[in-house]
Design a binder for this molecule. Sequence first.
Ligand code: PLP
Ligand code: ZN
Length: 430
Amino acid sequence: MAVQTIAENTTSSVDLGPAAALSCRECGERFELGPLFACASCFGPLEVAYDLPAGSPEELKKRIEAGPNNIWRYAPLLPVPADVAEKPNINPGFTKLVKADNLARELDVTGGLYVKDDSGNPTHSFKDRVVAIAVEAARAFGFTTLSCSSTGNLAGAVGAAAARAGLRSCVFIPHDLEQGKVVMAAVYGGELVGIEGNYDDVNRFCSELIGDPLGEGWGFVNVNLRPYYGEGSKTLAYEICEQLGWKLPDQIVIPIASGSQLTKIDKGFQELIKLGLVEDRPYKIFGAQAEGCSPVSAAFKAGHDVVRPQKPNTIAKSLAIGNPADGPYVLDIARRTGGAVDDVNDEQVVDAIKLLARTEGIFGETAGGVTLGVTKKLIEAGVIDPTLTTVVLNTGDGLKTLDAVSATSQATATIKPSLGAFRAAGLASA
Ligand SMILES: *Cc1c(COP(=O)(O)O)cnc(C)c1O
Ligand SMILES: [Zn+2]
């Protein structure tokens, strides 16, 4: 197979910093670093294994705190070369952790409520984190075209990162995405291909392309570079803990599309514990889905270990993956940590987008609405403890999903430019 030939030719010269090997999440077998994503023995997913830095936690903390205000401050814990900060990359991360006191009052949360606002990344979603890492892997393996199957945000992140890194990009999306996502994916000048089908069709198509000479030399960030890509989500765990004063949150609510982000945030927390950077205390991980695409939530509620695929139908298009690759691992993590997975309908998504905007001045995309909607639901159900520290992720920018709220977010009044007209509109303070 083309993919394996590339791996054999390039592994000897690969420098991805502390990344030592790929290891199978199912059987533990190890493989040399390369553009591989499935175990040759058992077909299980591969993940990056590290030689984590030696030395005292205090030294490592100091080194991190002295680093740049982006994800490269955590380079010693990521599969990237030591000089990564000097290379052309989009440098995402170190987004705001907003203490959401107004929202906390509204939801009767007393233990501290925070919104990690990843709309502040270069292309306005959390996807910049994963793509920035995948770019370094693509460079290391000698790929010249960057590609992906995307629900929208990933296509934009790949387009921007490829432009900055001087790589060609050709990305694939379902043909019926929001205008904001289509334009964001196209504006950076790469190729953008709409596929007549849903995300799961796009993903299947990309898997075929990888095995075909047509896709030779292409780095698909979420397929053959997936083990590296996934590691980018760990930076959310690192940042949240650092921003809380090197402490784990008690509870965190994370949206689920493929489930990669949720599993890697857990991996990030575990690494910080192992390195002694945070105190080893229990934390609970909650997963959020939209009702119209809730295969993981359905499995969680039914007590199943397997995730039965669904056909997505929801306004939360960035989360519309009906057959999530990491679904079973999400179930394990929610159960192991004492968390849960739940879902909300589209109306609750819209309400939650507006709640976050109204209380904290943060305009999240539909995925943010899903996450806050599920948070609210689980607080009301007594599943999330309001007396404990809780972090809610907003993973994207509402400007990309305007349609979700445009019907109910319009001018209060349209008037002639005169004081009389303004008085007549009934909006004056006195
Ligand atoms: C991709 C995406 C996610 C989650 O993706 P996973 O596949 O579960 O890692 C969450 N929010 C937004 C806005 C996204 O674009
Ligand atoms: Zn295996």
